[in-house]
Design a protein around this ligand. Structure first.
Ligand code: NAD
Ligand SMILES: O=C(O)C(=O)C[C@@H](O)[C@H](O)[C@H](O)COP(=O)(O)O
Ligand code: ZN
Length: 355
């Protein structure tokens, strides 16, 4: 078992979850509530129960799965359940699921009675390498991603590769977008390694390395005043596309799929505005197109996408904020880009995927 020290808590890489048993034994929580979605109820709760045979007394809250449920209505349902179960300030919320469960459960716990303890047990690749660590919690409002939320750190994070066995290929690839991002923004050698991998070669070492990159960034800047913004590479445009797709597509893009498109567009902006060499831009494009399908959207939605980007949390005085690469493995932040250039980057993507 390995442990990474994060912002006052530990991230345990522990396939047996023995560290979770020890963690619970050390603390005297008045009540334990496990938040799951329908899929993690079926696929992950049994593993959790096997690992903790002596944990008899806990309540389970179940929500419907998917991004479309990461909203205030579901959150209210969670808060009602917490009240019904008699949760108090000395209770613990265990979020057992992907990024939707860890984001929304963290938000529900961090606001309930002005805040109670929670831990994250991420069960998707995306939530293991990214969402469960760093204390960003939140929910969407319509198409606007993560617009209501808190910075609230969990008491601990427990990562077990056992959970990934039931995850389907599309979800694994979605999580892989954040892995590639970690290499692009921080670690060129890591990028060179991951871009050659097949999806079935994802292993513990890669999850740990991604967490260690994210952890180094958040330790330096927990509340995203500066450096942490690099973790948002691809997200200014990616979140707009994800939010748009969520409400308009019959089969919406997943978070990782949307930010993969975002990273190609923002790769283009990195080349045009921040010195990313052309051959590195082409390499980035080739990598994303190796793993991700093209996403077709026409220019009629550009206004809607720009409207969504106007809500980005990196914006300043009505200027749309970006984190952009100057070379692979290195990223700058607080770069404000004109709407003309943003549209040019969307055009670039459209031309790229046109046969
Ligand atoms: N807080 C952060 O720092 C941060 C970072 C990155 C992404 N996010 C957020 O994370 C969310 C995306 O997370 P996600 O990709 O994990 O999506 P998700 O939580 O929707 O999970 C994806 C799907 O997999 C299912 N699932 C989860 N674990 C499973 C398992 N072990 N076996 C089978 N099925 C399983 C879920 O029920 C869901 O249907 C987005 O809302 C994104 O904004 C947050
Ligand atoms: O942890 C961070 O900081 C990130 O930006 C990680 C992102 O991958 C993640 O999608 C995050 O939820 C985006 O946050 P937001 O502040 O842009 O909503
Ligand atoms: Zn992300």
């Amino acid at each position: 078992m390995e442990v990474i020290e994060s912002l006052g808590y530990q991230v345990y890489f522990d396939d047996t979850l023995a560290s979770l048993e020890a963690f619970l034994a050390e603390r005297n929580y008045s009540k334990i509530i496990v938040l799951v979605d329908t899929n993690t109820l079926d696929n992950c709760l049994p593993l959790f129960q096997q690992a903790l045979p002596n944990l008899a007394n806990y309540d389970v809250i179940e929500v419907d799965p998917g991004e479309e449920n990461k909203n205030i209505d579901f959150c209210i349902g969670v808060w009602h359940n917490m009240l019904d179960f008699g949760a108090d300030r000395h209770s613990l919320m265990i979020n057992l699921g992907g990024g939707v469960v860890t984001d929304m459960g963290g938000f529900a716990a961090s606001t309930f009675k002005r805040g109670m303890d929670f831990i994250q047990i991420p069960t998707t690749l995306l939530s293991q390498v990214d969402a469960s660590v760093g204390g960003k919690t939140g929910i969407d409002m319509g198409s606007v991603k993560n617009i209501i939320g808190t910075f609230a750190q969990p008491q601990a994070v427990f990562i077990s590769s056992q959970f990934l066995k039931t995850l389907d290929q599309r979800q694994l690839i979605s999580g892989f977008a954040e892995v590639i991002k970690h290499g692009l923004i921080f670690d060129r050698a890591y990028y060179e390694r991951v871009k050659t991998l097949e999806i079935d070669q994802i292993d513990n070492s890669l999850v740990k390395h991604s967490v260690s990159i994210k952890n180094r960034v958040i330790l330096e800047d927990p509340k995203e005043k500066g450096l942490r913004k690099i973790l948002n590479f691809g997200h200014t445009i990616g979140h707009a596309i994800e939010g748009y797709s969520l409400l308009n597509d019959a089969s919406p893009l997943l978070h990782g799929e949307a930010i993969a498109v975002g990273m190609i567009c923002e790769g283009y902006l990195s080349h045009k505005l921040n010195g990313l060499p052309l051959d590195e831009l082409n390499d980035l494009i080739q990598t994303f197109r190796k793993y991700f399908n093209d996403y077709t959207f026409d220019s009629s939605i550009d206004t809607a996408l720009l409207d969504l980007m106007r809500n980005d949390k990196k914006n300043l005085s009505n200027q749309i904020g970006f984190a952009l690469l100057d070379q692979i493995g290195s990223c700058q932040y607080d770069i404000y880009v004109s709407e003309e250039d943003i549209i040019e980057s969307l055009d670039f993507y459209r031309e790229l995927i046109t046969p």
